[in-house]
Structures are given as structure tokens and as C-alpha cells.
Design a protein around this ligand. Structure first.
Ligand code: ADP
Ligand code: GLC
Length: 680
């Protein structure tokens, strides 16, 4: 998800520090040129832009560079012309929705606001920073040999024989000699439910545990494909090959091939490498391009991220064509992959992958990939039809990548039923509520689960003592003591320990927490915060740690192991979010026998049943309005049960551990959705 800038700090630090594998990229471009081109002066006509583009020199390879249609070339054979016409029909609703817009916005008008909205100078800034001139000439030369472009298929095929076996290559450094063993020939996923019809699905998204994770999207991109593989899905996950991916995984990747791809109106030809890693029945294909992905953290700022994810979305589809692996369904996630459904029905509709149906999942509506129309046109190369009010266009001057994806996708899902409803209201709709209501017939909520392999207190290597449902009451205290020791808190099993594990952003309700810390710390309570993000929250929590030594711990860091130990060692976990599409921390907490204290919003509402003091039912403590007093009240209700009625508290602990928060049911719903889309 296009997090706030500060979220990039969440990327595992250790990982971020690791250097990417040294690789000679026969790329068309230097790491410099991206940003420079990010600034097409909006008021210029397309033609003028071409002339003035700073990439004028680089434009040389243009004629040789493959236009969109060319991308289909390696797989042309595989594309039955008849079927390809179908998807075109399906875009009809988009056209429909655009109608009223047309009335309101004659084409001529469109240009005007663009001028106002996008002062070219502003956009040019980061470009300049990013443009070391020296390197530029070199890659240009490399790409000039555009003949190479057509070659990859041949080249890789012919080198197949001479390359070492896959096993051998795994052992040595990646990015070895070109090789393109037919990917379909890799071991099939474990099929526990082989009686279900088989479907192939390409997951396309910007993060995935354990390679790169800033939040819950990374967890979902890891867990859901694995679960789908068990439900007889052939799953391939397509990710950017960021430099921050730990070396351990970089070493396991196998070179699958490469090709060149044109991008938007850049007039340039871009290298697309495919590095592959097969693990537990899931194939991970990493799109390699140092220019876009060598900057460390996945998300930086929109000026860089817009080109990066235009490239990624297009390259992901081109890679599927290149590998001749045409999925039944392309399932893309959040704004970073939102152009995928748009590409699928426009530039790629005549290519093999154009046959696939598309699903887009909204993990967080707050991030949408919005920029001025000329810039997104420039980078995406999408046709004008995609920039109507029914699709990418927003407020006359801006283009919204997520909005376009929602319009073109065959189905839209979000990560809980309540959030699916909420986002159609002005309170949670982030200005897309009307658009979402218009497309509500294809929208549904499927709640997230957690991966029981990754989150298992019985086997979790990070814990001081492992425990399960049968012995949680005997071992949880040992984990509490170990956590208190680790964090320099007073070691006392009698204290009520409240954890908070979160990106420290406006979404997460941290101002409510800040407002009540002194009232919460009553002498019998300790608070542990783990997270990074906005400075104001980081500072506030650090200040509390200073004032309440031994009682309040502020871990301003991203630390997987510590997160696991907090889930195990705390008694309760706070999730007082302003909005929460699903939320995973409350699920992790419950699975570790730690009671959640949550605001009744989005997935928190769907997954935490409020404790009922009269009949003893429920999973945690909840409050409804976004109000610090109500949060304090919920915390006090939790404390009261903990201190005054431990027997009942312990019952809830065990009930939560027994609750099914796995992916099983939800993965089945995704599978049903795929089957609904691909009835044959
Ligand atoms: P979001 O995706 O909005 O950040 P979720 O609750 O869906 O929120 O997912 C957050 C995920 O990130 C959980 O797996 C949580 O354990 C993890 N996480 C968040 N912050 C940290 C941190 N500072 N260190 C380790 N893990 C973290
Ligand atoms: C987003 C949401 C979070 C959700 C996660 C995974 O980051 O903020 O609520 O759990 O995506 O879907």
C-alpha cells in the first residue's frame, strides 16, 4: 500500500541495509533518468512533450522499442483472436459511468486545470536530484541494440541445455547465466483439496513476507497464496525485486529470463528481468530493474513511486506473457498494482494475458496513487479512454490509479465485510465512496486470516517458552516475565501488560492512546509500544518512556521477533484505530491468548466480539466512537476482569486461542470468487 512516507521506515532495517546482489543489468536506462522524466509539463501537448522531454536523447531507441502490441510477440501464437474480443465488452460499465462526466467536462476543459494543478517546476525537482549525468550514456548504448529485445526467448531457450541444474544454481549466486526452464514444469503445489476445480492465479502486489513487509499487506501476500495452493490453485506471486530483500532470499532466486519493454511516453526501452524462487507450492517471480527497485525501501514518495508502480504493473503482465504462463485470474493488491486491470483491458487486451479475469483487493483505501493526469499518462502510456471520469480521472485534474483499477477490475474485494460497507460512506470512502457505490455489484468483503505456520505459539522460535491451548495458563507468565526483562520493565507477573504493535500513523488511533497514558498507568499496569512512523507519535511515546521508567516501554523500531514476544507476553493488545480495513494484530494477539481491546470499526468489528460480563461470552473489549474516554473505559473494563475475575479472564484467553482465525474459510471464499469468474 502506498503508505505515508514514514511507513517506509518500517521495512525491516536489517534487510534494508543489505546490498542488492551485484548484477550487470543490460538495462536501457541509468538509475538517473526516472525522475527526470517524471515531469512532463502538464500544459504541453503530447507532441510537445515528446520534443521537450528531458529524455530526448534517450528517445533514440524508440522506434526500435516495442510498442505495447509488441509485448505480446513472444507469445503471439498462444493468443486465440476470438477470445480476446470478450474482455473488451466487459469494460462497458466504465464507458457508461463516464457518460455524465462527458457532459460536465468537454475535452477542451480538461487541459486547463491540468495547467494549474501541476507546476512543472515542482515535479522537476526530485528529478534533478536523481539524475547523475555520467551514467546516462552507457545504458542508452546498451538498449540501442534493440535487436536484443526480440531475442530473449530464443536466447534463453538455447542456453537451457548448457546451464547447470536448478539445484546447483540455487547453491551459487543468483543471476547466473540466462536460463529459461519452462516454469510450468516446476513441482506442483501441494494439493490438499484436489477435488476442487483447478485455477491458476497471479498475485501482483508490492510487498510480501518474508521478502519485504511494511504491514499487513505483506502478511496477506504470503499467507493467502499458500492457502490457495492447498485449495488446488496454481499460484504465482509477482513482486518487485527490491534491493532491500534480504540476501538470503536473493541468493535463492533463479534467473528466469529477461526482455525489454517500452513504458508510456518515455520513448525508452526498459529492462525487465525475471528472478524466480519456488517455495512451498508457490512460485515467486521478482521483477528486476535496478533503476526502479534499487532504492532500498519499497515506498519513497509519489514522484518516484508513480513511475515505479506503472512500470511494475505493466512489467508484471508482460512477464506473464513472456513466460507464457497465462493465469485464469490476475489478482492485484492496492494502488501499486491497480493499473493491472486497466492494462489488461487496454494495452494487453489483444495479448494472451488479456484473457485473464481480474480481481483487485483494497487493503487500505487511504492510499490511492493520485497524481496529475499528464504525469500518469506519461508513465503509464494508457490510452485516453482510461482517463475518463468513470475510470482514472478524478476532480478534473488528477488521475487516480486505484480508481482506475476499481473501474476496470472484474471483481473488487476488501479485507472485511464491515470495511466493504464503510468505504461506500463519506466517512470512510476517502472520496471514492460514489465510485465504490457505483461498482458495489462487484464489491465484496472477505476477512483476512493469519498463517498458522508463521503465528504459532507452540512452535514460535522467538518465544521464551512455547505454549498451546492446553497449557497457556502455565506458560504465559514466563513469557510475560521474559518480555519485562527484555524491555527493562519491572518484572512482576501481577502487572497488567498492555501491548501495541503498529505503524505509528494517523490511521491507528494513537492520539487516543497518547491522551490517556497517565490514566492507564495506575501502578498495576505496564504499556509496551512497538512501531515506527510519524515523528509526533514516536516522540510522544519516547517521552512517556522517559517519564514512566520501568512501566512504559517505547520500542521505536520494526522487529518481527519482538512483535511475537509482545503478542505472547502481554495480557491485552490495543488496536484503537480510526479506521481499520481488517487488522491483523488483534488476530495474532487472540491466537497467542492475548485479549484485544479494539475500536468497533472495519475488520476489528468483524473479528472481535465484545466481552459480555453477564454471560461471559466474547473475545475482547471494544468501544465504538473515536473517543479517548471510551478507549479508557474499555481498558478499565479489561483491567477489572483481569484483576477481579481472573477465572473468567482465563476462559476468554482460551476461547481466543481456540477461535478459528486461520485463512482456511477466507481462502475458500477467494477460490469461490475465482470460480465464479471463470465458469467453464
Ligand atoms: P497494517 O497493515 O495497517 O499496518 P495490520 O494489523 O494489518 O496493519 O498488520 C500489521 C502487521 O505488521 C502485523 O503482522 C504486525 O505484527 C506487523 N507489525 C507492525 N508494526 C510492527 C513492528 N514495529 N515490528 C514488527 N512487526 C510489526
Ligand atoms: C492494510 C490495512 C489492514 C489490513 C492489511 C492487510 O494495511 O490497514 O487493516 O489488515 O492491509 O489486508
Amino acid at each position: 500500500m502506498a503508505r505515508e512516507k514514514s511507513d517506509s521506515a518500517n521495512v525491516k532495517k536489517a534487510a534494508a541495509e543489505k546490498k542488492p546482489v551485484e548484477k550487470e543489468i543490460p538495462a536501457a536506462v541509468s538509475p538517473a533518468s526516472t525522475a527526470k522524466e517524471a515531469a512532463p509539463a502538464p500544459e504541453k501537448t503530447a507532441a510537445a512533450k515528446k520534443k521537450t522531454a528531458p529524455a530526448a536523447k534517450e528517445a533514440e531507441p524508440t522506434p526500435k522499442a516495442a510498442p505495447a502490441a509488441k509485448e505480446a510477440e513472444p507469445v503471439k501464437k498462444a493468443a486465440p483472436a476470438t477470445k480476446e474480443t470478450e474482455p473488451a465488452k466487459k469494460t462497458a460499465p466504465v464507458a457508461k459511468e463516464a457518460e455524465p462526466a462527458k457532459k460536465a467536462a468537454p475535452a477542451a476543459k480538461e487541459a486547463e486545470p491540468a495547467k494549474k494543478a501541476a507546476p512543472a517546476a515542482k515535479e522537476a525537482e526530485p528529478a534533478q536530484k536523481a539524475a547523475p549525468t555520467t551514467k546516462k550514456a552507457e545504458p542508452a548504448k546498451k538498449t540501442a541494440s534493440a535487436a536484443k529485445k526480440a531475442e530473449p526467448a530464443k536466447k534463453t531457450a538455447s542456453t537451457k541445455k548448457k546451464t547447470a541444474s536448478a539445484d546447483k544454481r540455487k547453491a551459487k549466486a543468483p543471476v547466473a547465466e540466462p536460463e529459461n526452464t519452462p516454469v510450468v514444469a516446476e513441482p506442483a503445489p501441494v494439493m490438499e483439496e484436489s477435488n476442487l476445480p483447478r485455477r491458476s492465479v497471479a498475485f501482483i502486489g508490492s510487498e510480501c513476507h518474508p521478502f519485504v513487509k511494511t504491514g499487513g499487506l505483506g502478511d496477506v501476500m504470503y499467507a493467502l497464496p499458500r492457502e490457495l495452493a492447498r485449495l488446488n490453485c496454481d499460484v504465482r506471486v509477482i513482486l518487485p525485486r527490491y534491493a532491500c530483500i534480504p540476501q538470503e532470499y536473493q541468493n535463492k532466486m533463479i534467473y528466469r529470463g529477461e526482455f525489454y519493454m517500452d513504458l508510456g511516453n518515455t520513448g525508452r526501452s526498459y529492462y525487465v528481468g525475471i528472478m524466480e524462487y519456488i517455495w512451498d507450492g508457490v512460485v515467486y517471480d521478482f521483477i528486476d530493474n535496478e533503476e526502479f527497485f534499487s532504492w532500498g525501501n519499497p515506498y519513497t514518495n509519489l514522484v518516484d513511486d508513480i513511475p515505479k508502480y506503472c512500470f511494475f504493473s505493466k512489467a508484471a503482465l508482460a512477464a506473464l506473457n513472456y513466460m507464457n504462463w497465462i493465469p485464469d485470474v490476475v489478482h492485484c493488491h492496492d494502488w501499486q498494482a491497480a493499473l493491472v486491470p486497466v492494462y489488461l483491458r487496454t494495452l494487453f487486451k489483444g495479448s494472451p494475458v488479456g484473457r485473464a479475469r481480474s480481481v483487485i483487493t483494497i487493503h487500505n483505501l487511504r492510499f490511492q496513487g493520485v497524481y496529475n493526469i499528464p504525469t500518469i499518462k506519461y508513465w503509464s502510456g494508457l490510452p485516453d479512454e482510461a482517463f475518463g471520469m468513470g475510470a482514472l480521472k478524478q476532480d478534473w485534474v488528477e488521475a487516480n490509479m486505484l480508481k482506475g483499477g476499481l473501474a476496470y477490475a472484474d471483481r473488487i474485494t476488501t479485507v472485511s465485510g464491515t470495511y466493504a460497507w464503510e468505504i461506500q460512506t463519506s466517512e470512510y470512502g476517502e472520496r471514492l465512496e460514489d465510485h465504490l457505490r457505483y461498482h458495489s455489484h462487484k464489491l465484496r468483503g472477505i476477512v483476512n486470516g493469519i498463517d498458522y505456520g508463521m503465528w504459532n505459539p507452540e512452535t514460535d522460535p522467538a518465544l521464551a517458552e512455547n505454549y498451546g491451548l492446553g497449557n497457556v495458563l502455565d506458560h504465559k507468565m514466563a513469557n510475560k516475565l521474559a518480555l519485562q526483562k527484555e524491555l527493562g520493565l519491572e518484572q512482576d507477573t501481577g502487572k497488567f501488560v498492555i501491548g501495541l504493535i503498529s505503524r505509528l500513523t494517523n490511521q491507528k488511533g494513537l492520539d487516543l492512546v497518547n491522551a490517556i497514558v497517565p490514566q492507564v498507568l495506575d501502578g498495576n499496569t505496564q504499556v509496551v509500544v512497538l512501531g515506527t512512523g510519524d515523528k509526533q507519535y514516536e516522540d510522544a511515546f519516547r517521552a512517556y518512556e522517559g517519564s514512566y521508567k520501568g512501566t512504559f516501554s517505547a520500542c521505536i523500531q520494526y522487529d518481527e521477533g519482538r512483535a511475537h514476544r509482545i503478542y505472547a507476553g502481554a495480557d491485552a493488545l490495543l488496536v484503537p484505530s480510526r479506521f481499520e480495513p481488517c487488522g491483523l494484530t488483534q488476530l495474532n494477539a487472540m491466537h497467542y491468548g492475548t485479549l484485544p481491546i479494539v475500536r468497533e470499526t472495519g475488520g476489528l468489528k468483524d473479528t472481535v466480539e465484545p466481552y459480555n460480563e453477564f454471560n461471559g461470552e466474547g473475545n475482547g473489549f471494544t468501544f465504538d466512537r473515536y473517543d479517548a474516554g471510551l478507549l479508557l473505559d474499555a481498558i478499565n473494563r479489561a483491567k477489572s476482569l483481569y484483576f477481579n475475575n481472573r477465572y473468567h479472564w482465563d476462559e476468554v484467553v482460551q476461547r481466543d486461542m481456540a477461535k478459528d482465525v486461520s485463512w482456511e474459510k477466507s481462502a475458500r471464499q477467494y477460490k469461490d470468487l475465482y470460480l465464479e469468474l471463470t465458469q467453464w
